[in-house]
Design a protein around this ligand. Structure first.
Ligand code: BG6
Length: 517
């Protein structure tokens, strides 16, 4: 495919300017349950450092990490100081880091025991006074999901979630929000027994990605594309989240979860709802989340036969990616050697509403595919009639709008153009907007916006209880049928585009996936 060169002169500084327009968050203390864990060192602390470096943290701010590991303030700070060297996304400025790390504290304790919370209360009083942070708190649940209900319950029992005038208490909950509809409802019941919905921030790190946030800006801040964004002009939509990594060292979690639970009701449905939703009346959290909920409600519920026809699962066999040999999934650490867990899934969903009736949404995600690539393809209907009848001009392709989410970040419009020369011959070409060309390299982890938004009380980029439950409701029939019917695994080679059945799913409709490699 030919490609137009990106424009040479671009406003590199725009992003910086926008960031600088934001004010620092209000004074508060961040309590991280799971403070000694992977998420904290890899993403949370580097993001908080980035917020500090961008001047978006309040001066009156402190962090308390709570975990079982045997650490104290000094050793916790020393460990984080080592770890930030590996996980920071930009060069670490020593003054900024020292200022931040001196406000970080550690409390050793079990998340499911009341004494931990009594001790935390005392520690918070001390730290809040020392750093003059006021009484507002953000509790980050960065633990295994099994602890979420207990932590919420104990925070409630210790009287630590009550809000007052100018004192907020918010909770960030990491996925998974349940493992099926029933457990998602039960988790929501447990959280809502203690907290108000507006105190709960269910995080989906896909919503921290600039390119994902840009879907709404692209659709609703431009007049050009929205008139075409419907079943009159769109043939179908493809949403792909392909990963080249395998299960790595997460076998314990992943083998119980699988690709469907791990990726679909959360990340893929975020991409789907942002692509399919109606314009909200404002960008207020509930207006946006309400429109997303309507899309999930409109998804045609699948019967067992429809699941058999419209959902495909796969598990990778040994293979090679970029010359590196990959062992089969069943041979991965902490994975059952006879596992029937899917590492790939594809499905066709219909959104039964006025805008999308008759337009299939094809979704796929998997591990050990040839490349990491997340994208949304809006494939338009072909021109109604070919003027080139009888002439050998080459195939007329459909126009495609490709929203590149990662690792390429940008938007491409694909259309046909005449190849220069005396004879009329067509070729596919591409108009490309590339984020980096315009805004420079972003050094964010993706968590900065989400943490900052929680501190300022903006829940737009977080899932509401109903969004999470509606997502599970869509996938529940698939989960149930897949539990009852045994798959024939492994059925795709690591490094290939996925199982043959996924290609057949589209071929039956006269369509084909965009190649991943
Ligand atoms: C996580 C999943 O939520 O998202 C992982 O648990 C997956 O299995 C990851 O690898 C993908 O995130 P990203 O940002 O790399 O696309």
């Amino acid at each position: 495919m030919n490609q137009l060169a990106p424009p040479a002169c671009q406003p590199q500084a725009t992003k910086q300017v926008i960031q600088n327009l934001s004010k620092p968050a209000p004074p508060c203390t961040l309590v991280i349950f799971g403070g000694a864990g992977d998420l904290t060192k890899r993403l949370l602390i580097p993001s908080i450092y980035n917020l500090a470096a961008a001047g978006l943290l309040p001066e009156n701010f402190a962090i308390i990490g709570v975990a079982r590991a045997d650490k104290n303030d000094e050793s916790f700070r020393a460990d984080l100081t080592e770890e930030i060297k590996s996980f920071a996304t930009a060069k670490v400025d020593d003054d900024i880091w020292q200022n931040l790390v001196s406000r970080i504290y550690y409390l050793r304790g079990n998340f499911d025991e009341r004494p931990t919370f009594d001790a935390l209360k005392l520690r918070l009083d001390e730290v809040e006074q020392k750093h003059n942070t006021g009484k507002s708190r953000l509790y980050y649940f960065a633990t295994g999901a099994e602890y979420f209900p207990k932590i919420a319950d104990l925070l409630g029992k210790a009287d630590m979630v009550k809000q007052e005038q100018d004192v907020w208490r918010r909770v960030i909950v990491e996925k998974p929000f349940g493992t099926d509809l029933e457990s998602a409802e039960s988790l929501n019941r447990a959280l809502l027994a203690v907290l108000e919905e507006n105190q709960i921030y269910r995080i989906d790190h896909y919503l921290g990605k600039e390119t994902v946030q840009n879907i709404l800006v692209f659709r609703f801040a431009n007049g050009l594309f929205e008139p075409l964004w419907n079943n009159k002009y769109v043939d179908h939509v493809q949403i792909t989240v392909a990963e080249s990594v395998g299960v790595e060292n997460r076998g314990n979690y992943y083998d119980k979860s699988g690709a469907l639970r791990d990726m679909v009701p959360n990340h893929l449905f975020q991409l789907l709802t942002m692509t399919a939703m109606e314009p909200p009346s404002s960008f207020q959290a509930d207006a946006v989340r309400g429109e997303k909920a309507k899309v999930l409600e409109a998804i045609h519920p699948l019967t067992d036969d429809e699941v058999r026809m419209q959902a495909v699962r796969g598990q990778y066999d040994k293979g090679a990616i970029k010359g590196k040999e990959i062992p089969e999934y069943r041979n991965s650490p902490k994975v059952n050697p006879e596992s029937n867990t899917e590492t790939y899934m594809a499905m066709k969903l219909m959104v039964d509403n006025w805008r999308w009736a008759g337009v299939p949404f094809y979704l796929r995600t998997g591990k050990c595919l040839p490349k990491k690539r997340s994208e949304i393809v809006i494939q338009f209907k072909k021109a109604p009639f070919s003027l080139f009848r009888g002439e050998d001009v080459g195939a007329l392709e459909s126009n495609k709008l490709v929203l590149h989410i990662q690792p390429e970040e940008g938007i491409a419009l694909e259309f046909g153009a005449k190849i220069p020369g005396p004879k009329v011959m067509l070729s596919g070409v591409q108009m490309l907007f590339n984020y980096h060309d315009y805004f420079g390299q972003s050094s964010s982890t993706g968590y900065e916006t989400l943490i900052y938004d929680c501190m300022i009380g903006d829940a737009t980029l977080f899932q509401r209880a109903d969004n999470s439950e509606l997502g599970w409701k869509v996938v529940d029939p698939i989960l149930k049928l897949w539990q009852r019917e045994k798959p024939n695994f492994p059925n795709y080679t690591a490094g290939s585009n996925g199982p043959a059945a996924a290609d057949e799913l589209l071929a039956r409709d006269g369509r084909a996936w965009r190649a991943i490699d």
